[in-house]
Design a protein around this ligand. Sequence first.
Ligand code: FEO
Ligand code: CA
Ligand code: CA
Length: 631
Amino acid sequence: MTGLSRTSLPMSRVVERHLSRRAVLAGGTAAMALATVRPVLAQSTPPFAELAVGLDDKDHVAPGYRAEVLIRWGDPVLPGAPAFAPGAQTGAAQQGQWGHNNDYLCFVPLPGAARPGEHGLLCANHEYTSTELMFPGLNAKTIADVRKAHTPAMAGVEMAAVGGSIVEVRKADGQWAVVAGSKYNRRLHAATAFALTGPAAGHPRMRTAADPEGKTARGMLACCAGGMTPWGTWLAGEENIQNFFMGRLADDHPEAANLKRYGSTGRYTWGTVDPRFDVTKEPNEMNRAGWVVEIDPLDPASTPRKHTALGRFKHEGATVVVNADGRVVCYSGDDERYEFVYRFVSKNRFDPANRAANLQLLTEGTLSVARYNANGTLDWIPLVHGTGVLTEANGFRSQADVMIDARHAARLSGGTPMDRAEDIETSPVTGKVYVAMTYNERRKPAEVDAANPRAENRYGHIIEMIPPGGNHAADRFGWEMFLLCGDPSKPEHGATFHPATTPNGWFGMPDNLAFDRKGRLWVGTDGNEPGKTGRGDGLWLVETEGPMRRRATHFYRVPAGAECTGPFFTPDDETLFVSIQHPGDDGPSYPAHGRFSSADDPSTRWPDFKADMPPRPSVVAITRIGGGAIG
Ligand code: FEO
Ligand code: CA
Ligand code: CA
């Protein structure tokens, strides 16, 4: 998320901050710029008492802060939706309830709210479903048992439990609550219709039996991280789409190579219920997933869209910044080993007075892939049909082909294969862009390069990208290795945290990123566990500028099996929403459980801790006791 996009509506504030940012980016008027942004102050002591690392069945926050559950999987979203009933779930009920495995969050202040940090619309991605933790009575001891016990009715619940949710939320007397029955409350799921925009919309490779025009795709699938635009819309990146599809195409099928890049794994059996999830029956359906989707939470009747101009790959997220010249830039990583980092630059310019025009900015522009050079420069290589290698001779007959096969185009064009690019965020203070590579334990010594400098990269790293003079649309950036993660006390890890980082302060597997308005980076992790880093996943504050650059401090820890996703600050920095995904997952790696974790025998029953309640992915609101900005 960018500071610009986190600005409260109305747009006058956006414009004000946009202008101050333009001053920064223009250079030469630095004094004026510094008067309008708060400088990052060097601090010798951490801004809060550090939380101790560990792992148990609960969540924990640093002393002086409160972490309270705001909404849980199964809680009613739409008016009339029933209360959550474990063991008696139906697809119809789930379509009105908060979905499973919440990931990215954004908070869109309601126009006219007296306190924009206390009243708005909370938007959440529901990335996927953990079948074994959703349904009691499966009598499963392995994932194979879960597959065998899976029924069409369960698939119906799961298809309704993915996608996204919007709820109106309000803070009163320091307490956040969902506004029940709000006209803004909305659910999107596997059957929701999305309009396709951009060069691939309507292309023959996007057409199916149910959609002969190829202009309407159903389903918001595998949405992982995302972004919020300066015009107050919510972006979500469709990531591991392959999990929802089953079947295999013959090697000579025209889409075989394309599908192979993703792999249809048959993790779910949805294809037995709905043929579009069986690639042998509907080979083009998977071309209609893997995009950045845009949803307008302020207009509950609006049709959500999938923007094909931003390319099709396993989008971790989509982070928007308004460039100094008004063009809109969207950064996105592809979270798979040896895939790429991308940038989209809009053709048209952001107009703070014309929201209708802004809603079209992501439909037209240029997608580029990043090549990180060893000399500290970064080239953005445009993926434009008919230029370079993107010609018919190489299988690209149109820009639609380039967008549908963006991964293939990026590889042929010379992008740098990365160690699983996760979230990307831009500092609201410096304009530098940060991208987390979570890990790639498979990188061989011969494959090491400057931007992925460790073989068997088990702990991940964070790269800092530097737009020259703040120009996010420039062809060439600078870049620097910001942070190599791992245990600084073990030289073999090669970690580069600031020496003032305590034994609680370091982490591995960086994933979701957020900036506060002071320009400090907050890193959510995915994959820490006792056998790997001796700690559970959570959230760490990492300073990016000044003498304490690279010092990390532990702030929040999630329950066993969970991942800390979706960190998002309200515009006043007084609330930090986090999304607790898949609590109770992966029982064997949690020593206190040590066996398969299921709804009947979970490693945690967070957050309800009731005998009949499975663990429930939930959103937590973190506030400072006594009020004030976080950290
Ligand atoms: Fe859904 Fe890349 O994590
Ligand atoms: Ca992620
Ligand atoms: Ca991850």
